[in-house]
Design a protein. Structure first.
Length: 312
């Protein structure tokens, strides 16, 4: 197998691992058990870690312009996987939003050119870490004042994407030093990477609570590489291919990706279809499988029982 083909294969498996981890995280977020004490949550951590390792290895065999767009397929894989394994079906609007977000991100990343290979040295590293912390804190603060669960999930997903994207920048710098034979010289960056990765994982977990799967996952998937690309353009000499034409096309791709996210925020979160609900729907009782049933009070139970007794 050629290095390029191996890179594509690793990228696809990485996207599947990320998608599986997101599905497990969203399921854990719907439970009353605290996430850290749940075995499923640790399974999600392992799946996300596997996806990250495969992504890094894929970058070792293939160009960034190929690996990063393939990583955007995470949301496309997640929707059918959620329908297949947990019965969480996505409607046409969710699919349109996912495809738009993925296509826009893939186009944007494909148009981003390589820079001069610099890494966040000197004052750029601390400045980048502080700026990331400020953006993440601001997004969390705004999310805390939002009542709508989907919008709150998107804001927290954006905060997670900022943390993950900034961690990717520091990871690139550490990887370059590892190949140079001086891995211990970047131990402060390693601490920053660990802190950002942990923050991103916890924020992504919180983003799924009440918001469903599609909108938060698409937000993390889009914001993560966009932040990394933006840092590369502003600090490390990267730019868009094809000059002014490439810049205009990149802006158009950004608009498409943003439109996909807007569509996903309009999709109400769904829940898996349970067997009783499915059976009742088949006999024509008109069950709304997208709504969470409200527990009946004792008075409602007594009134319903009396009505049934009166009909009999």
């Amino acid at each position: 197998m050629s290095p390029l083909a191996l890179s594509v294969l690793l990228s696809l498996v990485s996207a599947v691992a990320y998608a599986a981890g997101a599905i497990v995280q969203e399921r854990v977020a719907a439970d009353a058990v605290p996430a850290v004490s749940s075995r499923a949550w640790w399974v999600a951590v392992l799946l996300n870690g596997l996806g990250g390792v495969l992504h890094v290895v894929a970058l070792a065999y293939g160009p960034l312009s190929l690996v990063q767009p393939l990583g955007a397929l995470t949301i496309v894989f997640a929707l059918p996987m959620a329908a297949l394994f947990v019965g969480r079906r996505a409607g046409a609007t969710a699919w349109r939003g996912a495809v738009m977000a993925t296509a826009g991100l893939a186009g944007l990343l494909a148009l981003t050119g390589a820079g001069d290979g610099r890494s966040p040295d000197g004052g750029a590293g601390p400045l980048l870490a502080v700026g990331c912390a400020g953006v993440v804190a601001a997004l969390c603060l705004v999310a805390g004042g939002v009542r709508r669960a989907v919008v709150r999930g998107v804001l927290l997903g954006a905060a997670a994407g900022v943390a993950f994207g900034t961690a990717s920048v520091f990871t690139k710098a550490v990887a370059e030093d590892v190949t140079a034979g001086a891995p211990l010289g970047r131990w402060p960056d390693m601490l920053v990477i660990a802190a950002l990765a942990a923050a991103g994982l916890l924020l992504s977990q919180a983003s799924y609570r009440g918001a469903g799967l599609a909108a938060p996952l698409a937000t993390v998937t889009v914001v993560n590489p966009v932040v990394a690309a933006a840092v590369g353009i502003t600090l490390f000499g990267e730019g868009f291919r094809y000059g002014v034409t490439g810049t205009v096309l990149a802006l158009g791709c950004g608009v498409v990706a943003a439109g996909g996210l807007v569509l996903l925020t309009a999709v109400p979160p769904s829940r898996p279809v349970s067997e009783p609900d499915a059976a009742r729907a088949q006999v024509g009782e008109g069950v709304d499988v997208g709504a969470v049933p409200r527990p009946r009070t004792h008075l409602e139970v007594e009134v319903r029982a009396g009505a049934v007794a009166g009909r009999s």
